[in-house]
Design a protein around this ligand. Structure first.
Ligand SMILES: *[C@@H]1O[C@H](CO)[C@@H](O)[C@H](O)[C@H]1NC(C)=O
Ligand SMILES: *[C@@H]1O[C@H](CO)[C@@H](O)[C@H](O)[C@H]1NC(C)=O
Ligand SMILES: *[C@@H]1O[C@H](CO)[C@@H](O)[C@H](O)[C@H]1NC(C)=O
Ligand SMILES: *[C@@H]1O[C@H](CO)[C@@H](O)[C@H](O)[C@H]1NC(C)=O
Ligand SMILES: *[C@@H]1O[C@H](CO)[C@@H](O)[C@H](O)[C@H]1NC(C)=O
Ligand SMILES: *[C@@H]1O[C@H](CO)[C@@H](O)[C@H](O)[C@H]1NC(C)=O
Length: 502
């Protein structure tokens, strides 16, 4: 008890949590107020919608699982853009179709072979929980237009009418809610490559809005009302403006009046004017990893198969990201105020490939030991160490403990430049009860002596996480200080040319 209250008294000095994060996580601003409308309501403008604080669960969750599943999982070749690749002359797709299918075979014909025979949503939920994830995001509809739920707006091109004959979205939502604490989220593509109404609007220079009125928007309202997702992960937005999609109209309903108004978070892909600028959290480009603190909540969506979001039957082990690489991405994201949304593509049979399961378990095992340094933490005043490029920091919510996530624990010591130790500083490594000894080297850096390998729960561990308490660091020492409320540098981190492909 005494130890705790000492910690509590000391804690204020030790952590500076970037102000914007406390505002976006717990703020109680009511943007409607200053605009003269009723308090707590949002206007259908980006200015108003951007002021909504994200529900706290999202920042605390840190780690989610992304699932790209659809008819594209049947050819399961090239990537989830198979239809577009085939029609666009991609050699691998064209050759595959010529060799294996009659000339009149259509992409829609693949729908019949989307059986999901082994789909067990409870088994999936168990896999996600064992991975240590706190939320999942399923593709409710990708650019192919096939809806994974029996949509009223996708006649004969949905999972009930063609293929499984099941409501895949509904079944997964029910299993997740029945058997876990995971938050359930949905991906939704605004555009569809080949939808006639979309192509008509496109031909009209987007001066007509037949497609969003008849398809994209009704679907969005339908999935929110039917499945109450806590994440709407929008995509396929980039060819037209957010006015064309009426994104602000939809999001204002989502935040003001929808059944998930208090729990839902949204991303930034709502029109060609929004990415990396507007919405609940920023995704900027796929695999976004800024490597520094940025002044708004963000998420790195990263795929385990480095070549595809959808399942590929011809993937090789060399294409699969290692557990180290994935945990590194998680640590970097958490240090810099982001989340990691890690993608696996289920098969058309409804299985999550064993190699993906293995990666998820590896992350889960790491989180079993080191999760305290991840979940519900805040960015510290330093994100990475000043002398040791393999150390990334986080800070406990109560400011009492700084976590040093060392991603290359090969030697017997760790040298650290960022923390300033005091006589009271204690150092422990997750997985061991012992307090570690430390000294100062000639340059004034801290050298922490690690326990012998055999004393760690996993002697083969390639990473260790230190818990540091009672540091002397003061908030003014923040080297990455960013003025709260500004976000000019975010857009400059975003390389415009890269995301068009994804
Ligand atoms: C942690 O530190 C930050 C920055 O000084 C402060 O805003 C926050 O209130 C502190 N949290 C607690 C629980 O003391
Ligand atoms: C699981 O979810 C379904 C669909 O929402 C529901 O009918 C069923 O009662 C739930 N089962 C349990 C054990 O909660
Ligand atoms: C965004 O889309 C609109 C059509 O809705 C188009 O007129 C405009 O030129 C696009 N802007 C950019 C920057 O591509
Ligand atoms: C956009 O959506 C809002 C909310 O549903 C609606 O009130 C508004 O009329 C829509 N705007 C257009 C141009 O359709
Ligand atoms: C910390 O990260 C920043 C941004 O990635 C980088 O510029 C800097 O070199 C890193 N510092 C160290 C010591 O690796
Ligand atoms: C670790 O540090 C201790 C003292 O701080 C030193 O004696 C020892 O040589 C170091 N070991 C390695 C492998 O650097």
């Amino acid at each position: 008890m005494l130890h705790l209250s000492f910690r509590a008294a000391a804690l204020l000095l030790f952590c500076l949590v970037f102000r914007q994060f406390s505002v976006s996580a717990e703020g109680n601003q009511h943007p409607g107020k200053e605009r003269g409308s009723s308090p707590g309501r949002y206007d259908p403008t980006w200015e108003s919608l951007d002021k909504r604080p994200n529900p706290t669960w999202f920042d605390e969750a840190k780690f989610g699982i992304f699932l790209h599943w659809g008819v594209f999982s049947v050819p399961a070749l090239v990537n989830e853009w198979f239809w577009e690749a085939w029609k666009g002359g991609n050699k691998e797709a064209v050759d595959f179709m010529e060799k294996n299918f009659p000339p009149d075979y259509t992409y829609q014909d693949f729908g019949r072979d989307f059986h999901a025979s082994f789909f067990d949503p409870y088994a999936w939920t168990k896999i996600f929980e064992e991975a240590g994830a706190k939320y999942i995001v399923l593709t409710s509809k990708h650019h192919e237009g096939y809806t994974m739920w029996p949509s009223k707006y996708s006649f004969s091109w949905n999972a009930m009418d063609v293929g499984p004959g099941r409501d895949l979205v509904g079944e997964l939502a029910a299993a997740v809610r029945n058997s876990s604490k995971l938050h359930f989220g949905l991906y939704h593509s605004m555009f569809e490559w080949f939808h006639p109404l979309y192509l008509e609007d496109k031909a009209n220079g987007y001066h007509t809005r037949h497609f969003p009125e008849a398809k994209a928007l009704p679907e969005l309202y339908e999935i929110v009302n039917a499945y109450r997702p806590d994440v709407i992960w929008s995509d396929g937005e980039w060819e037209a403006s957010s006015d064309y999609w009426n994104s602000t109209g939809f999001i204002s309903w989502l935040y003001n009046d929808s059944p998930v108004k208090d729990t839902v978070v949204t991303n930034d892909r709502w029109g060609n004017d929004t990415r990396c600028k507007h919405g609940g959290f920023l995704t900027c480009e796929d695999s976004f990893d800024p490597g520094q603190l940025i002044p708004k909540k963000w998420e790195n969506c990263l795929t385990v198969d480095s070549h595809s979001w959808g399942y590929r039957r011809n993937m090789d082990i060399a294409d699969i990201r290692s557990a180290q690489e994935l945990i590194r991405a998680l640590a970097r994201a958490v240090s810099c105020g982001g989340n990691l949304l890690l993608n696996v593509g289920p098969t058309a049979d409804g299985k999550i490939a064993a190699v993906f399961q293995e990666r998820l378990r590896q992350i889960g095992s790491w989180l079993d030991v080191n999760g305290e340094a991840i979940y519900s933490t805040r960015p510290w005043i330093y994100q990475n160490d000043t002398v040791n490029s393999d150390v990334w920091y986080s800070c406990s919510k109560d400011n009492s403990t700084v976590y040093a996530i060392y991603l290359r624990a090969s030697g017997a010591n760790i040298t650290l430049g960022a923390p300033t130790f005091s006589k009271q500083t204690s150092v422990q490594v997750f997985g061991s009860d012992k307090f570690l000894k430390w000294t100062t080297d000639v340059k004034g850096h801290i050298v922490v002596k690690l326990p012998p390998r055999h004393e760690l729960p996993d002697p083969a561990a390639w990473s260790v996480v230190l818990q540091l308490t009672n540091l002397k660091n003061k908030p003014t020492e923040n080297p990455f200080k960013i003025t709260a409320g500004t976000r000019p540098e975010v857009a400059s981190l975003w390389r415009n040319e890269k995301f068009a492909k994804n």
